[in-house]
Structure formats: structure tokens, C-alpha cells
Write a protein that binds this ligand. Structure first.
Ligand code: GBH
Length: 443
């Protein structure tokens, strides 16, 4: 039996999520250059070298986009504000047009009865700060807190929840160790510094927000279900290691004030001097926790690779357009594990869950039944974790719109709403109609 809206509490919040650089059109409205603009402009990084200059032109079309949420019966919208739109050089001169834009955007949400859930950093490091080392610079946490203060002074009175950082693992490890996100570094020392400084920025940001009297503060972390590629004990150990350096890398410092032994093995020797002094600010209490979950990954041991000596291997389950294995059970496992290990009764929100699926060749009828099944199966998994005792208060589908999928450009489509990237015309897909009908079935 598929799960229904009535299986969730009345006040459970349903929403959709987006991020500034992926939809706004960063060339509009006086935003500064970000490290994603330069990463995309460098050969080999992004498919067709596509960038976020135009994206969905949400900057000019946000009213139309928010109407989809209102008409669909959603309760909340997760969006992000771009550091480089607010402060084009990262510090100093404020871009008034940027502040005006976020002001209008938040008012437009409230006018549609949508609760604004803001993320302060979804990956737009201003280029002027990237020049100085970006996440590797010891002062980046203070620069971040100053940006947080500027944007919060303007819209903090109207947002209902704030997350400091989206996916610290992607910011630090994917960007500085694996190199597949901006700034594209592949260096363990850079990565260790970025890991620590992104945590420190979260802590400094929290402190500043508390000083300003802001409530409902948290962070959004990405997780994956992990399995070994075989029964070989070395592959089992590799999968356990991956779990520790991915799912626990940030949660351990955030909730227990220390790094795991596995993280220390690789990053410990390269942490910035005096890092221990930051752990208290990093592990200060939060009000909610944001969970991003998409897929199952499998790992095998590989001696030829230095720490962490593992590689990803293919699995047999059905895959999305990204090639990600679909595994809803992983979400109920994850939520229960997080409750037991870290968050306890603190409210959790699924801040991202969704799938990419190719554009259907059925004309204007975007018949993405696979996506609707993915959503239903993951909602059932959320429901199961709630029955098992996890305190889950909301679910956001990623994403409202087809958008700029980072290193994959515009080819991978996650949206409930189809976007034609030539005409910028929006067309709701089958999944949008199915989900909104599901949301309305309350009696
Ligand atoms: C989210 O990240 C992002 O928050 C969002 O902006 C994005 O559009 C969405 O997912 C869809 O991708 O093979 O080494 O390159 C999801 C978490 C973690 C998933 C890194 C992809 C690739 C690792 N991501 N993972 S690698």
C-alpha cells in the first residue's frame, strides 16, 4: 500500500528545494564572480563548460516559479541566498540590488503562504575570497559570519528556518580532495583545512545568528547508504571507512565535538594549528537537522590508492539518470541511525531527496512516472523511520525546477517542473501533478 498524506501528521511540512547559483542566473542583478564561474570556464571541469550565468532566470521569474508551489499546495520552500550576490567581493561593498531581490523573494513566499527555509551557503564562494584561498583561509569563518549578518539584517525577520551550510562534505572533500566541484583542488592538506574551516564557519555563523536573536537554526548534511562491493573483509572495512569519512565526518564534530579516528587518520596531520580550540563553538546546540539523501554507493578496498584506499564499484539496483542506485530503505536506515547516534529527538527535515531522469520524448507531456515512484518509495521510507521513533517534521523534494546540475551542466534533470533552457519555458511534469494531487488528498 503506497503511503498517503494522511499517514503523516497534519503539521508535517512538504516543500521543494532549490539553490541560488543553480536557478537564479548569476549574471543578473550585480552579483560578483564566484569560484563556480571560473571552475566552469576551465577546460575539463563541466560538461559543455556550462555555467550558472542564466540558469532558469529565476531572478526575473520567481513569481511564476513560486506560483507552482502555491498552486500545488506546498507548505514551504527551501532556497539559498548567494554570498556573491549580497557581497560581490565577498566583503566590504554591499550590492543593494541583491538585498532588494532577496527581500522581494521572501515577501513573495509569504504572500503565497510558503514558509521560507533559507540556506546561507550553497556553494557560491566569491572569487575575490577564492583568490585568498577561500575555504583554506584561516579567516574564512569570520568573513562568512559577516556575510551572514548582512543578509540576516535584511530578511532574518521573515525567514522561518536558517541553515548555515549546504553539504559540508561537497564544499570541502568534493571540492578540495576529489576535485569534481569548485575550486577543483585535489590535495589532502587543502581538504583538511576546508573540512575544518567549513565547520568553523558553521559555528561562527551560528554564534552571530544567536547574537542577532535568530531562531530555528541548523545545518544541511549529505549522506549516502554504503555497502561493500563484496564479502571480502577488506571491502567490508573499506565500506565502513567510507561511512566514517562521509556520513560521520561532520556529524561527529557537530554533535560530539571531535573528529572520528578514521577522519583523523587522513586529515589529522593536515588540520590547521589550534583546531582543538574551535571544537566548542562548532558543537554548539542546533534547533533542527537537515538531511540530504539520494542513493546507495558501494566500495571496495584498493591498495594502489593512498588513504582512504578505496574505490567506488558498480551495483545491480535500478539507477537514475545520474547513474545513482535507487535505495529507499537507505533513507529509513539513515534517519534511525542519525536519531540513535547523533540527533536524538531534535527535529529532522529531509531537506533534499529526488532523482534525475532524462527528458521524455513525448512532446509536452513529461511522463516521468519513474520520478513519482521514487518519491512515493522515499516518503514510505520516511514514514517507516517515524513509526520507528525518528522525529521527522518535513520533506523537501529536490528540485522544484530542472536546473544547473553543477559539473553535469543542464543535462541532468531533477525538476518537478520541466525547463526548456532555450526559451526558459516552464512545464509541470507528471510528477508535479501526481505529488500535488497526493498533497491535497487530506480527507
Ligand atoms: C545535492 O548534492 C546538492 O545539494 C544539489 O545542489 C544538487 O543539485 C543535488 O544534490 C543533485 O545532485 O562521484 O565523487 O563526484 C547531492 C550529494 C554528493 C551527490 C556527491 C553526488 C558525487 C560524488 N552529492 N556525489 S563523486
Amino acid at each position: 500500500m503506497p503511503v498517503t498524506r494522511k499517514d503523516f501528521p497534519k503539521d508535517f511540512l512538504f516543500g521543494a528545494a532549490t539553490a541560488a547559483y543553480q536557478i537564479e542566473g548569476h549574471s543578473f542583478g550585480g552579483a560578483g564572480s564566484t569560484h563556480w564561474d571560473t571552475y566552469a570556464a576551465t577546460p575539463g571541469n563541466v560538461i559543455r563548460a556550462e555555467d550558472g550565468a542564466i540558469a532558469c532566470d529565476h531572478y526575473h521569474r520567481y513569481e511564476e516559479d513560486l506560483d507552482f508551489l502555491k498552486d500545488g499546495g506546498f507548505d514551504t520552500y527551501r532556497f539559498s541566498t548567494s554570498w556573491a550576490r549580497v557581497l560581490p567581493e565577498g566583503r566590504g561593498q554591499v550590492n543593494e540590488a541583491g538585498l532588494d531581490y532577496y527581500d522581494r523573494l521572501v515577501d513573495a513566499m509569504l504572500a503565497r503562504d510558503l514558509k521560507p527555509n533559507q540556506t546561507l551557503y550553497h556553494w557560491e564562494m566569491p572569487s575575490a575570497l577564492a583568490d585568498l584561498g577561500g575555504w583554506e583561509h584561516p579567516d574564512v569563518a569570520d568573513w562568512f559570519a559577516d556575510y551572514v549578518e548582512v543578509i540576516t539584517k535584511r530578511i532574518g525577520d521573515r525567514v522561518s528556518k536558517i541553515a548555515t551550510i549546504n553539504e559540508p562534505w561537497c564544499v570541502s572533500v568534493l571540492g578540495h580532495f576529489i576535485g569534481r566541484h569548485a575550486p577543483g583542488k585535489v590535495d589532502v592538506r587543502s581538504a583538511a583545512r576546508a573540512v575544518h574551516h567549513v565547520l568553523k564557519a558553521h559555528g561562527r555563523g551560528m554564534t552571530r545568528l544567536r547574537e542577532m536573536g535568530q531562531k530555528d537554526l541548523g545545518i544541511v548534511v549529505n549522506y549516502e547508504a554504503v555497502k561493500p562491493g563484496s564479502d571480502d573483509p577488506r571491502d567490508v572495512a573499506a565500506a565502513n571507512r567510507q561511512h566514517a569519512i562521509m556520513n560521520q565526518l561532520f556529524m561527529h564534530p557537530l554533535f560530539k565535538g571531535e573528529y572520528t579516528a578514521d577522519a583523523m587518520e587522513g586529515y589529522g596531520p593536515h588540520l590547521p594549528k589550534g583546531w582543538q580550540d574551535d571544537m566548542a563553538e562548532i558543537s554548539q546546540p542546533m534547533d533542527w537537522h537537515g538531511v540530504n539523501y539520494y542513493m546507495l554507493n558501494r566500495f571496495a578496498h584498493d591498495d594502489t590508492i593512498p588513504w582512504p584506499s578505496l574505490k567506488q564499484v558498480e551495483g545491480p539496483l535500478p539507477k537514475t539518470q545520474m547513474g545513482w542506485e535507487i535505495y529507499p530503505d537507505g533513507l529509513s536506515w539513515l534517519l534511525t541511525w542519525l536519531k540513535d547516534e547523533y540527533v536524538g529527538d531534535l527535529p529532522m527535515f529531509i531537506t533534499e531527496n529526488g532523482m534525475a531522469w532524462p527528458e521524455a520524448d513525448t512532446g509536452s507531456n513529461f511522463g516521468d512516472t519513474e520520478r513519482w515512484k521514487y518519491i512515493q518509495d522515499h516518503l514510505a521510507a520516511v514514514r517507516q523511520s517515524m513509526i520507528d521513533g525518528a522525529n521527522i517534521e518535513g520533506f523537501y523534494y529536490w528540485s522544484l525546477l530542472d536546473n544547473y546540475e553543477w559539473a553535469f551542466g543542464y543535462e541532468k534533470r531533477f525538476g518537478l517542473i520541466h525547463v526548456d533552457f532555450d526559451s526558459l519555458k516552464r512545464t509541470p511534469k507528471h510528477s508535479y501533478y501526481a505529488l500535488t494531487e497526493w498533497l491535497r488528498a487530506t480527507d
